[in-house]
Design a protein around this ligand. Structure first.
Ligand SMILES: Cc1ncc(COP(=O)(O)O)c(C=O)c1O
Length: 362
């Protein structure tokens, strides 16, 4: 078969490579490579999943009604401005499909989440990176990168894999200065972990501007990466557009019931937030004590700089021999760094000790 020009362009996209989950010959795996919550799914979600199994022959509620209502109550927003998806990835994909035509551009910050570029390119658009300052998104650089072709600015806040974030005021000022017709997508996949008082996921901007979408996920703090559930909070007109292009049953029954139950499991969420803050503090101090540069992170992971790509790759391989899987982030333009997700306390002790055993940069 001869491929169309569009299919040929798609073959130029470098496929997304997820965090490793296997290590040959190792019995116990410590998976710190995908920023998953370390405690398993919330117990309430497990019960809800068990209860819904006998209904699996039925199609799901195509409108994810109960879930959207629970999300609306939880976040003090309107249910009809919420669109649910198979992971927040799918919401990003819908946005790219709906707003981008061949030749358009998206702007993202240089070390931003990779899926923005992949979905933009699949829609025929060109992803343009705005330089960062000290591994933090730079609002002025983003504004300088915007051209008349720009249709969407994607910003992960906090960002994966750097862990840095822009404050509520910085985001508002960015929105104020962006052209009105450029959509600002705030990807708040890690917002629940953020402790800093000057941070906001940005829901308040959605109605204020009509040109902001906030995306959220159940894959991180809610411990439900395996059921694939995410959502977007959109201005009404954008919710209407996205609802017309999504699959009629894009969110499974399992994801819907697990999501509703997870939202109700407040103890699980609160203790996960506390645990994460403690682990980040411990790991950051420990690794800095070992002479590594560790960037301050507002998420559930930290980024450690091993000075050279060889040392970073060498450390990842050394850890893997002990069953400890971390994320190499060369694809994010950070070849000398490793991203380490926060796991259980014992897992983080073992990871830190293993990095110490690997040795300091000479
Ligand atoms: C910044 C960011 N956005 C979105 C996602 C996608 O999450 P999901 O599709 O599992 O909801 C991730 C996953 O790692 C992420 O780090």
């Amino acid at each position: 078969m001869s491929f169309s020009p569009k299919a040929k362009t798609i073959l130029d996209i470098a496929p997304y490579v997820g965090g490793e989950s296997k290590a040959e010959g190792v019995e116990r795996i410590i998976k710190l490579s995908s920023n998953e919550g370390p405690f398993g799914p919330p117990p309430a979600a497990v019960r809800a999943l068990q209860e819904c199994v006998s209904d699996m022959h039925r199609y799901p509620d195509g409108g994810s009604t109960a879930l959207r209502e629970a999300l609306a109550t939880e976040n003090n927003i309107k249910a009809d401005q919420i669109i649910c998806g198979a992971g927040s990835d799918e919401i990003i994909q819908f946005l790219c499909n709906a707003f981008l035509a061949p030749g358009d551009e998206i702007v993202y910050s240089a070390h931003g989440f990779l899926m923005y570029s992949i979905y933009a390119r699949a829609a025929g658009a060109n992803p343009i990176a705005a330089p960062e300052q000290d591994l933090k998104a730079d609002p002025q650089a983003i504004l300088d990168t915007v051209t008349p072709k720009t249709k969407i600015v994607f910003l992960a806040n906090p960002n994966n894999p750097t862990g840095s974030y822009l404050t509520k005021d910085e985001i508002k000022s960015l929105r104020d200065q962006l052209p009105e017709n450029v959509l600002l997508v705030l990807d708040a996949a890690y917002c629940e972990y953020v402790q800093e008082a000057d941070y906001s996921a940005g829901h308040e901007l959605v109605d204020e501007y009509g040109s902001v979408v906030v995306t959220r996920t159940f894959s991180k703090i809610y411990g439900l990466g395996g059921v694939r559930l995410g959502w977007g909070h959109c201005p009404p007109e954008i919710a209407d557009i996205l609802n017309r292009i999504r699959g009629p049953f894009n969110v499974s029954t399992a994801a819907q019931v697990a999501g509703v139950a997870a939202l109700s499991d407040k103890d699980f969420i609160h203790s996960s937030v506390r645990h994460n803050a403690n682990m980040l503090n411990f790991v950051t101090k420990y690794l800095r004590g070992e002479g590594l540069e560790v960037y301050l992170s507002a998420g559930n992971f930290c980024l450690a700089d091993f000075e050279t790509p060889e040392r970073a790759a060498g450390c990842a391989a050394f850890l893997k021999e002990r069953g400890i899987l971390v994320r190499q982030v060369a694809a994010y333009g950070l070849p000398s760094c490793l991203r380490i997700s926060m796991g259980l306390e014992e897992e983080m002790m073992l990871a830190c000790e293993a990095i110490k055993d690997y040795g300091q940069p000479s």
